[in-house]
Write a protein that binds this ligand. Structure first.
Ligand SMILES: Cc1cc2nc3c(=O)[nH]c(=O)nc-3n(C[C@H](O)[C@H](O)[C@H](O)COP(=O)(O)O)c2cc1C
Length: 184
């Protein structure tokens, strides 16, 4: 059997009192229920990006795949998430990224569409599938699980299956030949 896929779950919000904790906790539980993944978290609120850049780059470099949990701020993604992304370059290359988004009526989808452009520039592969929570604050019960648990769990299962496909395909490809050479 292939070694587990190292999946880094990235928090998009660093705000005090953030709703991100609720959504990320749910996403983490979905990932942990799948034996093909080993889960790591990267949280901009727990990092001083100016000081911890090397640690962050190492953690991104060690990951085979990413799930970004992002809210929408003024029709885009939060600035701390961009600072986190911009702290690394080669470490993102030829790796897949899945998105879990939340927000108001748009469910954070405008943030995701913009993130696709950013990750394309970094030679990362953005997955088509997204799990999105519109009016997110009303979508989760007091126990932190989505009210439409079945729909959300099904959407996340699809995202994770495709993320695993890309993660294994790209890991094998990176091992067979360095991506940098192919990018010249
Ligand atoms: C500065 C700011 C801007 C926001 N802009 C949008 C927006 O453009 N569209 C939207 O759907 N929600 C918007 N919201 C609502 C957030 O998506 C919602 O509050 C979410 O919980 C924020 O994530 P967080 O609590 O994890 O930081 C905004 C919230 C903040 C704080």
């Amino acid at each position: 059997m292939a070694p587990p896929i190292k999946l880094a779950l990235i928090y998009g919000s660093a705000r005090e009192g953030r709703f991100c904790d609720t959504v990320a906790r749910w996403a983490a539980a979905q990932i942990e229920s799948r034996p093909e993944f080993s889960l790591h978290t990267i949280d901009p609120a727990a990092l001083d990006l100016a000081r911890d850049g090397e640690t962050l780059r190492r953690r991104i470099g060690q990951a085979d795949a990413f799930v970004v949990v992002t809210p929408e701020y003024n029709h885009s993604f939060p600035a701390p998430l961009k600072a986190l992304i911009d702290s690394a370059y080669h470490e993102w290359q030829a790796k897949p990224v899945g998105f879990v988004s939340y927000g108001g009526i748009s469910g954070g989808l405008r943030a995701v569409e913009q993130l696709r452009l950013v990750f394309a520039e970094l030679h990362a592969v953005g997955l088509r599938d997204t799990v999105s929570f519109a009016n997110a604050h009303q979508q989760f019960g007091a126990d932190g699980t989505p009210l439409d648990g079945q729909g959300a769990t099904r959407a996340m299962a699809t995202l994770l299956s495709r993320l695993a496909w890309w993660a294994l395909a790209l890991r094998e490809a990176r091992e067979a030949r360095p991506y940098e050479g192919a990018a010249a």
